[in-house]
Write a protein that binds this ligand. Structure first.
Ligand code: GLA
Length: 677
């Protein structure tokens, strides 16, 4: 079957993913016909158009069932496109390429709806291009969505999404969709900690491993919104757009605006299958180096905070190297007058008192210990108390004549400006060359205020431009996205970074919930997790070292404690755990994730499978349970794993022993398939 096919009469078009079909009907408008299990275009052509249940004259047949509702058109749903003068769009034609469908609409301006099937996955990508085809005047776009995704009719709809804040990212919520419009939004100029640009929808009956789930995500790192609408007549749709209610895009004659991509998938296999489909898609089509294994890193932030010195970092690096760490990252405090968060941001030169000979000697020392060298940067920000701000006070986002709003004593540089972007690129390029570093932790520590309308979305494009240029110039450079923890994780930034700092909260118990939310959409192989000191500096909780390791080993393991204060026993244990992690790393980072028990009860468990290898983590949060029986998933039933058949492990379960005692405890099991007899 081709990826995209038209019915014999040409009016119905079916897009086929690995297991699903998305079908449209074209006449003067575009109507969604089917999104679910795989059927042919010929079969889809027999599906009657949606009619509202009561067929009264107050219900439009397109209400909640329009592919790209336009303000001024025959719509009652939230608009995918709104302009100052409204527009009524009709279909001009369409083009089918191997993996892409383009539907051309016009009516005062031209709109192309793009659809791309990603072979081998269940994901369809959509984006829209709006063109000013007139000779005069400006067109002001209010909303310009990537897509509206219409769900099939079901008796009920339930919304799954995450909410949170700094140090509490990714808390999972599952609520019935009200007959109303529910908008998830960032008005912060960045993806945000408060929520994340993805939703999952089901009819209220799906579970982790069964049931129909529809999910969409937006590949964008500036302000954004997703509106889930449920109509009284029983339709549910999701609008996905860059920008929030105050943002506008201005088009002059001949100009065009391209929306970010909204990706979406359907599965009949529950939330777990939706997550696995998302992970697979990102590894195949989004992440720049998905085939690589992410190194075990050490990060200095929790150990030294702003007190960064050549001597202190060497002491940490010497210890980290003996533990098997592969990448040593010096966090905030190495540059300018940055001895606290009050000064120095923007002055990207090694602090001359702390590093009189620059950073090269430290970087060389780290490399002599067989570790790569990395640095923390926050290129989009400036402290008013900095040489940069004194030289360029006009480079920040602020309203002229009004005192600039400082958060964390810093202001945002305007990355919509070419001169600011060129400056940022030249600073980072110089730092990479001077130190020979191969890793940047790229941070962003405050939301926008006082931004010009264009900056709420335009700044993110500027950031993409600088990262893309830097990566092109330094192909071996790897980048970690960070925004005060997980405030900038989305499919847009993950297309140009390699891993994400998940949260500033390194309490391993809280991490189980944060990581549960993260992996709903994003792959464990991008989810950086450090083992830090106990009691935890943020929560004050004491967590046993094995539990801290097992929580961090479920993603990309890092160390972040003050190693100079760890006992010999702790260091020996850590070296052993890092060695174990390096063994299981391909399974965790490249394998398939099954969330066996969510982190909401006394016990939590995750399983990873890669070819003939299986890794299982179990965490006991409360209670005194010693033995756990877990039914595994995704194994070959005909294979035996250390003497137990895959069929038995899936049907009856794996027995895992937890340490004696009550309260926090954990276990790691690594199974290999037995060689064939
Ligand atoms: C943010 C990051 C932390 C650390 C600090 C440094 O909060 O999330 O990991 O880098 O900034 O200021």
């Amino acid at each position: 079957m081709p990826l995209i096919e038209a019915s014999p009469d040409g009016a119905t078009i079916a897009l086929h993913t690995a297991h699903t079909t998305y079908a449209l009907r074209l006449d003067h408008t575009v109507r969604p016909i089917h999104w679910g299990p795989r059927i042919s275009a010929t079969d889809a052509a027999t599906i009657p158009a949606w009619r509202s249940p009561h067929q009264d004259t107050f219900e439009g047949p397109l209400d909640g069932a329009e592919e790209f509702p336009t303000a001024g058109g025959p719509m009652f749903a939230p608009a995918a496109l709104s302009t100052a003068s409204d527009a009524s769009l009709t279909v001009d034609g369409h083009d089918i390429h191997a993996d892409e469908l383009i539907i051309r609409l016009s009516g005062g301006l031209a709109v192309d709806l793009h659809y791309r099937v990603r072979p081998g996955t269940d994901v369809i990508e959509r984006w829209s291009v709006v063109r000013h085809t007139g000779d005069t005047g400006e067109i002001v776009l209010g909303t310009h969505a990537a897509a509206a995704w219409c769900l099939p009719v079901r008796d009920n709809y339930r919304l799954t999404h995450v909410t949170g804040g700094w140090a509490r990212e990714g808390w999972l919520h599952r609520v019935e969709v009200p007959v109303a419009e529910t908008t998830l939004v960032s008005r912060r100029g960045v993806t945000s900690h408060g929520t994340n640009p993805w939703v999952m929808l089901d009819d209220g009956t799906a579970g982790e491993e069964a049931g129909e789930v529809w999910s969409t995500a937006l590949a964008f790192s500036g302000s954004w919104r997703m509106t889930v609408s449920r109509t009284p007549a029983g339709r549910c749709s999701v609008l996905a757009a860059a920008g929030h209610d105050r943002t506008v895009t201005r088009l002059q004659p001949g100009e065009q605006a391209v929306s970010p991509t909204s990706a979406a998938l359907y599965t009949g296999g529950g939330f777990g299958a939706a997550s696995r489909a998302w992970h697979h898609y990102q590894r195949e089509y989004v992440l720049p180096h998905a085939d690589e294994l992410r190194p075990v890193l050490y990060n200095s932030w929790e150990a030294t905070s702003f007190t960064v010195t050549d001597e202190g970092q060497r002491a940490l690096a010497d210890r980290a190297a003996t533990l098997g760490v592969e990448l040593f990252v010096v966090d905030d405090g190495w540059f300018g007058a940055r001895t606290s968060d009050r000064a120095g941001l923007g002055d990207w030169f090694p602090n001359p008192r702390r590093f009189p000979d620059g950073l090269r000697p430290l970087a060389d020392h780290v490399r002599s210990l067989d570790m790569d060298f990395g640095l923390w940067v926050e290129p989009e920000m400036v402290n008013p108390d900095s040489d940069l701000h004194r030289a360029h006070p006009d480079w920040t986002l602020h309203q002229p004549g009004v005192p600039a709003t400082e958060l964390r004593h810093q202001l945002v540089l305007d990355f919509t400006r070419t001169d600011v972007r060129d400056w940022a690129f030249s600073q980072l390029d110089r730092i990479v060359r001077e130190t020979g570093l191969t890793f940047l932790k790229w941070d962003f520590n405050r939301p926008f205020t006082q931004a010009r309308p264009a900056a709420w979305t335009g700044h993110a494009h500027g950031v993409y431009d600088v990262i893309d240029r830097l990566r092109r110039t330094h192909p071996t450079l790897r980048v970690e996205t960070c925004a005060g923890g997980g405030g900038r994780v989305d499919l847009g930034i993950l297309a140009r970074t390699d891993q994400a700092w998940t949260s500033d909260n390194t309490d391993a118990v809280d991490r189980l919930a944060i990581q549960h939310g993260y992996t709903q959409v994003y792959p464990p192989g991008t989810m950086v997790a450090w083992v830090t000191d106990s009691p935890n500096p943020i929560t004050g909780r004491e967590v046993p070292l094995p539990f801290r390791f097992h929580a961090a080993m479920a993603g990309v393991l890092g160390l972040g404690g003050d190693l100079t204060r760890w006992t010999d026993d702790e260091l020996a244990y850590a070296a052993d755990m890092v060695a174990q992690y390096r063994q299981i790393r391909p399974v965790v980072q490249h394998g398939t994730l099954y969330r066996l028990l969510p982190p909401t009860g006394a016990l939590s468990a995750s399983q990873y499978v890669l070819d003939d290898r299986v890794v299982v983590f179990v965490w006991r949060v409360t209670g005194a349970q010693r033995t756990v029986r877990l039914r595994l998933r995704g194994l070959d039933p005909a294979t035996t794993y250390q003497g137990v058949s895959g069929a038995a492990l899936m049907a009856a379960g794996l027995t895992v022993e937890l340490p004696e005692g009550s309260g926090l405890a954990s276990a790691l099991v690594h199974l290999n398939a037995d060689p064939p007899p």
